[in-house]
Design a protein. Structure first.
Length: 245
């Protein structure tokens, strides 16, 4: 994979006009654009029409960060609908368990076959990076014998067993997951900040630079504000890519 294909730009904006201007500016220069709950709750299913409007251009790909977590039947239906929307990648929560994840994988596979399209990459969120070990043990009441990285690896292995293609993970957990799940497993990592003097780390606490994240074993890097808030977005992307090669 080329360095630029590893970049996923987070479209954390609340209008389709803003999203379109970013896509127009960066198309052909990055691997994917991520549309998440902020845009979905602001624009509704128009986000799917937006994605559909780029269907003829195979170089413009979208990651729908919908993080589905519900009973298997409902998640399977949501996966069919998302597959129909022509996204390249989307995600569900691993904490929905193996039955839910297997139903999601099956529904996605079958829907793609039916439409005769490439199956979207289906990945799982393991543990949100906003969840600390304390929350895990004191509120969610997972076993105290299992520390957070072990729990993340456990969920990643479960996702693999269910037939998913990969996981979203904090940069910190990437080497353990890579080791447990193998080279082909897709690992998508947010929390990336290039080491540029003018940049703040914003609200991200544990950050890695893009090249550190790739060296740890990440497949794709999700990067938002360092690109979307840059004075010249294309220049920011080119500078990032240059650091990766
Ligand atoms: O602007 P920034 O690079 O911090 O954006 C990171 C993107 O990755 C945001 O869309 C954020 O919601 C997402 N994300 C994250 N940490 C997670 C999961 C997703 O930052 N654990």
């Amino acid at each position: 994979m080329q360095a630029q294909d590893r970049l996923i730009v987070a479209l954390d904006v609340s209008s389709l006009d803003e999203a379109r201007s970013i896509v127009e500016e960066l198309k052909g220069s990055v691997g994917m654009f991520k549309i998440g709950l902020e845009m979905f709750t602001a624009c509704g299913t128009e986000v799917f029409e937006f994605i559909e409007s780029y269907k003829s251009n195979k170089n413009i790909r979208f990651f729908f960060d919908g993080k589905f977590h519900d009973i298997p039947n409902t998640v399977a239906a949501a996966c069919r609908n998302t597959t129909r929307a022509n996204v390249a990648m989307f995600n569900i929560h691993a904490q929905g368990g193996i039955e839910m994840m297997s139903a999601a994988a099956k529904a996605t596979r079958e829907q793609a076959q039916l439409l005769n399209i490439k199956k979207p990459i289906l990945i799982a969120v393991t543990v949100l990076t906003s969840i600390s070990e304390n929350i895990l043990h004191e509120q969610i009441k997972t076993s105290k014998d299992l520390d957070l990285p072990q729990y993340v690896v456990h969920l990643a292995k479960l996702a693999k067993e269910a037939g998913l293609d990969g996981v979203v993970a904090s940069p910190k957990e990437v080497p353990l997951i890579r080791n447990a799940c193998g080279d082909d497993f897709v690992i998508v990592t947010p929390g990336i900040r290039p080491n540029w003097p003018e940049l703040a780390s914003d609200d991200q606490k544990r950050v890695l630079t893009p090249s550190q994240a790739i060296a740890q074993g990440s497949t794709y890097l999700v990067i938002g504000r360092p690109i979307t808030k840059a004075q010249n977005r294309l220049e920011a992307v080119n500078r990032l890519v240059a650091e990766l090669v």
